[in-house]
Design a binder for this molecule. Sequence first.
Ligand SMILES: NC(=O)c1ccc[n+]([C@@H]2O[C@H](COP(=O)([O-])OP(=O)(O)OC[C@H]3O[C@@H](n4cnc5c(N)ncnc54)[C@H](OP(=O)(O)O)[C@@H]3O)[C@@H](O)[C@H]2O)c1
Length: 253
Amino acid sequence: MDQALCRSVLITGANRGIGLGLVEGFLAASPCPEVVIATCRCPESAQELQKLCKQYSNIRVLPLDVVSESSIKETVKKVEDIVGEKGLNCLINNAGINVLGSLEDVTTEAMLRTFETNTVAQLMLSKAFLPLLKKAAKQSATMGCHRAAIVNMSSISASIGLAKSNDIYHTIYPYRISKAALNMLTKCLATDLKLEGILCIALHPGWIQTDMGGTKAPLKVQDAVPSIISLLAQLSEKDNGAFLDWEGKTLPW
Ligand SMILES: NC(=O)c1ccc[n+]([C@@H]2O[C@H](COP(=O)([O-])OP(=O)(O)OC[C@H]3O[C@@H](n4cnc5c(N)ncnc54)[C@H](OP(=O)(O)O)[C@@H]3O)[C@@H](O)[C@H]2O)c1
């Protein structure tokens, strides 16, 4: 990478798993963003992030519970102070949950909780950060993460086109339905924000060994992150509104 992928990036759910891996990947990139904003519910207990703060001067750790409107509001204010008139280049909506539920045992509570965290929060975050993304978009011409982008962490399990009766996802009704709705949100945002120069994609990061991905996953965070970051660096206008996997392949909706 000759040019930094973006000047500023914000990642939600950055205290563990893929979010933490992305923070580490951005900080290690050369050249790296001017500021990497890692958000999580509880910065005081986010030991890995605290370690990174001692190692790098361009990381900021902010508290953010993605399902709390007041927390989102507070975070936007703090991010505004950090990025100033340059705005925010890249919002990575990574935080997510997987509440198990098959057809037999799924509950209303599981559905609503998952929908709130995996879909509604991404809409509210995109809406709240829009003024800062617009500011950033005004400072460049071509679309991409270097300008202004929203990256929604989706999942291949949410592909309606790939769903079949014997697939492995029959125990995760809430998760796959919430991510399918997130895909629609992505498409809505991509359409609405195109004229503003803000790119939006849904990304399947790969099946990765994390608390959510489990130990049987074929990929480790450190294997997938360089591919994800290189994919983000290459995004352009043609990718706006796409559903991509970590290797850049287009997935069926
Ligand atoms: N791992 C995979 O194989 C895989 C595959 C496809 C898609 N994905 C997607 O990739 C993203 C990251 O997954 P992961 O595997 O890294 O999951 P993970 O290890 O379970 O981590 C989830 C992260 O989301 C955070 N989070 C959950 N609810 C939150 C809330 N209300 N506010 C703020 N943060 C919240 C968690 O914070 P706490 O520590 O505070 O709980 C944690 O940092 C998710 O959107 C997931 O759906 C993962």
